[in-house]
Design a protein around this ligand. Structure first.
Ligand code: GRF
Length: 194
């Protein structure tokens, strides 16, 4: 049973999908800690409602930077909870050495495009603006770059005429919720073999 730590800044629908997969027995894992940098984020509310341990990452009032001390505190909290795999689920800050070193090869992220296409912010808008006929989502290992780590799993969706950022993102999220729990199971199986 792999112990997961989840970091998110937004609605937490991917965290919910992971939790649902655990509850219905399709994913053998336990969420031992959910951390967010946003105090009133829905991910923290969902996690608290589900009785999960939660914590707030204090980014010292900075809007997008992830200060070194905050990264150290985050790594410490994850370690103290016995986290074996860190899952980023809509977490909006870039991880650096304190966390990457503490959890080398044990951090994954979900991104709303078929990487290496459309890394960074608003990937669904990037796909629409590029006139793409398809997009999708990717679960990948996290390294020091922006959405550059090795791919674990991907799923494609069509881009339909008349799509808006919202409709395309909603279609992508259906696939995210399916592949993220599957990708966690795959990564966990690999870690068990190591
Ligand atoms: C997802 O689309 C994910 O790909 C991106 O941020 C969004 C998070 O959504 N990294 P949620 O908070 O899991 O609903």
């Amino acid at each position: 049973m792999i112990r997961l730590g989840i970091l998110g800044s937004g609605s937490g629908s991917n965290m919910q999908a992971i939790l649902d997969a655990i509850t219905d027995g399709t994913l053998e894992a336990e969420i031992v800690l959910v951390l967010s940098d946003i105090s009133d984020s829905y991910i923290l509310e969902r996690a608290a409602r589900a009785g999960l341990r939660t914590g707030l990452i204090d980014c010292r009032g900075l809007t997008s930077k992830f200060p070194e001390e905050a990264q150290q505190e985050t790594a410490k909290a994850l370690r103290q909870s016995g986290v074996e795999l860190v899952c980023l689920a809509g977490f909006m800050r870039l991880l650096r050495a304190p966390i990457l070193d503490a959890f080398g090869g044990r951090i994954i992220n979900i991104h709303p495009s078929l990487l290496p296409k459309y890394p960074g912010l608003n990937a669904w808008t990037q796909a629409l603006e590029a006139g793409a006929r398809e997009s999708g989502c990717t679960v990948h290992y996290v390294d020091a770059g922006m959405d550059t780590g090795q791919v674990v799993a991907q799923a494609a969706v069509p881009v339909l005429s008349g799509d808006t950022a919202e409709s395309l993102h909603a279609r992508i999220q259906v696939e995210e919720h399916r592949i993220y729990p599957e990708a966690i199971a795959k990564v966990a199986a690999g870690l068990r073999r190591d």
